[in-house]
Ligand binder design. Structure first.
Ligand SMILES: Cc1cc2nc3c(=O)[nH]c(=O)nc-3n(C[C@H](O)[C@H](O)[C@H](O)COP(=O)(O)OP(=O)(O)OC[C@H]3O[C@@H](n4cnc5c(N)ncnc54)[C@H](O)[C@@H]3O)c2cc1C
Length: 405
């Protein structure tokens, strides 16, 4: 049965994440955000420390070096806490952690697992990315039009006589794309299909450039990943998701990262409106301010419930199959709703801070910038297409790179 109470194990791990986020991550947020030099914005010490606390590996089973907490609700709890400390730092851990279960435990062949898992578990700075997006390729997200067959990824993998592959092409914007030590690369192969290649970050022929964003500046993105005759050994195609498995993917976790950002903005504002005096009283006592605070709290809670529902349904697909839970695209609703809600929350925060809101070095202007990036990556169009598809029972044909990993 759907139960919103958290287990003791979940609460303990959430509290560990909260302590790390509030005591160690948060104090670094503003100084790192303001660094001009990209290299200096990477929180190396925190990445090491967080890995040692288990935030990179906890989703794996204990026999694989994790903590056996593979359920999606625990991932959402940790994501919210870490992001309430600093969004970009939280991204490093959470996408890598969530994908670790999908890739290492559910999809890799035994040979792939034997090669990659020990490297992943033993290296505190081993992070991963998925490379789909390309600078010039038309991905054609249009609900009413079938993706034309002429649309292809430009990144090509060409088979070689010895079973290896040669990769050529360019990817852009990947999260943790500059530092990732393992890249799942979506590339076109000669039979017209798209495959996921396991590419090591230090492969000869692969060059990368970092990207500076106006928000989520602490988190790494690649401006460009160029594959120039990168040779991939035989046996490095990652098998697709096992048939029938609905418990994979990162949507609820990404929504929970955005939620953590919104919560940080809300908490900062709640404190401020009780301290700031105007008209002889704390501004919370002005009615319009109180109503705005209530609105922020309500939207955070609505987002959290939608995210937890999406996470729970991912862990309990049987509840959809037996009809005890209505079949809706909860994960798409959660990510799209949270992106929009948190952008509004940070703008309300900005307004309630008055002049102090726009001052550089105050946290609110950072939250506003970060929220713009999150709104952008909350898949506003693709998610809504999926929702509409589910509502009207429409299923369009899409090119094989849609959906990704
Ligand atoms: C912070 C960040 C992280 C990212 N992480 C990754 C990653 O990890 N891996 C990866 O492969 N990629 C990643 N990306 C790339 C991301 O997937 C693309 O940027 C995204 O899909 C949008 O594509 P585009 O930039 O080509 O925009 P376009 O598709 O060119 O869109 C341009 C404009 O047209 C509008 N538009 C397009 N189609 C429609 C339509 N059908 N209806 C209405 N309006 C439309 C868009 O809303 C937008 O306003 C990331 C991007 C960012 C910014």
């Amino acid at each position: 049965m759907f139960d919103i109470r958290l287990s003791q194990e979940q609460r303990e791990f959430r509290d560990l994440a909260r302590k790390f986020a509030q005591e160690d991550i948060k104090p670094t947020a503003m100084p790192l955000d303001r660094e001009n030099d990209w290299e200096k914005r990477v929180p190396w010490g925190l990445l090491k420390q967080g890995s040692q606390l288990g935030f990179r590996t906890f989703v794996l089973q204990e026999e694989n070096g994790g903590s056996g907490m593979s359920d999606h609700i625990t991932s959402c709890l940790v994501a919210e806490e870490l992001a309430a400390g600093e969004l970009g730092t939280a991204y490093y851990f959470m996408l890598t952690a969530r994908r670790a279960r999908d890739w290492f435990e559910l999809r890799m062949t035994p040979e792939q697992r034997a090669y990659f898992l020990p490297k992943f578990v033993s290296d505190d700075l081993y992070f991963t990315t998925v490379a789909i997006h390309e600078p010039e390729t038309d991905f054609g997200f249009d609900f009413f039009t079938e993706t034309p067959p002429t649309i292809r990824l430009r990144t090509q993998a060409t088979p070689q006589d010895d079973g290896s592959w040669l990769i050529n092409g360019t990817k852009a914007y990947q999260t943790v794309g500059y530092l990732a030590k393992l890249i799942v690369l979506r590339a076109q192969i000669p039979d017209g299909s798209v495959q996921s290649f396991l590419v090591e970050g230090d492969s000869p022929g692969l060059s990368r450039r970092p990207m500076s964003k106006f928000g989520r500046r602490v988190g790494d993105n690649a401006a460009e990943m160029v594959f120039d005759n990168v040779r991939i050994p035989a046996g490095r195609i990652l098998p697709p998701s096992p048939k029938g498995r609905t418990d994979m993917g990162t949507h609820p976790t990404i929504a929970a990262l955005t939620l953590g950002l919104g919560r940080a903005a809300y908490e900062e504002t709640l404190k401020y409106v009780q301290e700031r005096i105007s008209g002889g009283k704390p501004i919370i006592q002005h009615q319009a301010v109180g109503l705005a605070i209530a609105d922020m709290a309500m939207n955070l809670q609505a987002a959290r419930r939608l995210i937890w529902t999406a996470a729970w349904v991912k862990d309990h697909p049987e509840a959809i199959e037996d009809g005890s839970v209505e079949a809706l695209p909860y994960e798409h609703m959660a990510i799209a709703f949270t992106g929009t809600a948190v952008q509004r929350i940070t703008e309300q925060a900005l307004e309630l801070f008055g002049g102090a809101g726009v001052i550089q070095g105050m946290p609110i202007e950072k939250y506003v910038r970060d929220a713009h990036v999150q709104k952008h990556v909350s898949f506003p169009y693709p998610s809504r297409f999926k929702i509409t598809e589910a509502l009207v029972g429409y299923k369009r044909k899409v090119a094989p790179f849609h959906g990704g990993d």
